[in-house]
Design a protein around this ligand. Sequence first.
Ligand code: PMT
Length: 400
Amino acid sequence: MSRLNNRHIVLGITGGIAAYKAAELVRRLKERGAHVHVVMTEAAQEFIRPLTLQALSGNPVHTSLLDPEAEAAMGHIELARWADLLLIAPASADFIAKLAGGHADNLLSTLWLACQSRKAIAPAMNQAMWADAATQRNMALLAQGGAQVFGPAAGDQACGDVGLGRMLEAVQLADAAEGQFQSRLLDGVSVLITAGPTREAIDPVRYISNHSSGKMGYALARAAANAGASVTLVSGPVSLPTPESVDRVDVTSAQDMLEAVMSRAQGSDIFIGCAAVADYRPVAVAEQKIKKNDDTMQLQLVKNPDIISAVTALAQRPFAVGFAAETEQVLEHARGKLERKLLDVIIANNVAVQGIGFNSDNNEVVLVTANDQQPLPLMGKQQLADALIERLAAMYRGRA
Ligand code: PMT
């Protein structure tokens, strides 16, 4: 199976004679199993029609930053987040200068700035333009910022010159794109993940819950599926789309989550408890909506079952990974949970820090094992999930 299988690729096309090769590139990416969205600059549309690329990619082509209809369907930030790889092919000298200058004056340059995933450029231009010091300076800046550079190749040019500046062929670009993705670290491995909050009913209209959005757990599910695992995601109530190739089981309360997990845990190789499970639930759920007759009311709570501990108590237990959401003494508390819950790994998450943890797009954690701890710096949750899955897969494989 190609490493591009199920990968999300945003292909940016800028104006240049090599734009015609983009149609072939979309075909090559699709035949390797990638999902492709095409973004075209105005100049690119002078060389190749959006309709061609729409037909080949199977998705609407994105052309404008200010098109309310397109933004409503899939906004530019959403598209930037969707991408596992943003590849600009062909990238003209002018567009490269725009990127190096950090401009965001059209959809594609804006996406480039907003995208935190892999980014690559396939330059295509006249050999003298490629050799020019300004272009080389711009390329160096982009490479410093982490962009991969595919090509250019040397040879005959459309203008009659001979030299470096030709865009790579579609197959070479598809190979280079494939090279951006790690090997399928979790091929043949089944991963069970919990995500989101639980809701503990008080009466028919009220419940106890927390601020978990599910973003971290969903990102992990996506990363594990991308790494080749068969993934089941047991999810509390969230408003997120199910990641591709992931089997999702919706639950509401901690008790529901326990049941959904325990009926699947024994057959799973890896369990990741990312859900923010409510620690307590009301002792009794009122059958009717509680009336506010009194100035105060007492709610008696009882402890919920600890799902992850039930998993690690199984005779045939999966490799177990927990999260510890802490507001103080983060590493000490995380280590305590690692030991008490008999986990292989715990991800310490300082949820007192603004902008990370609950219901944010970014996170910063420390991966803690019995005799090691590895900090992972602030980054987008999808990027963090990719990094975590890579490390967890290595640990799981190392143990097996
Ligand atoms: O969903 P997001 O908005 O993206 O936010 C992500 C997150 C902050 C929820 C996530 O990164 C996180 O830290 N999840 C764990 C939250 C939590 O409940 O931690 P805890 O320290 O209370 O629990 C420790 C571990 O035991 C967790 O793996 C938890 O899933 C598990 N647990 C807890 C209670 C319980 N009854 N059963 C459990 O299995």
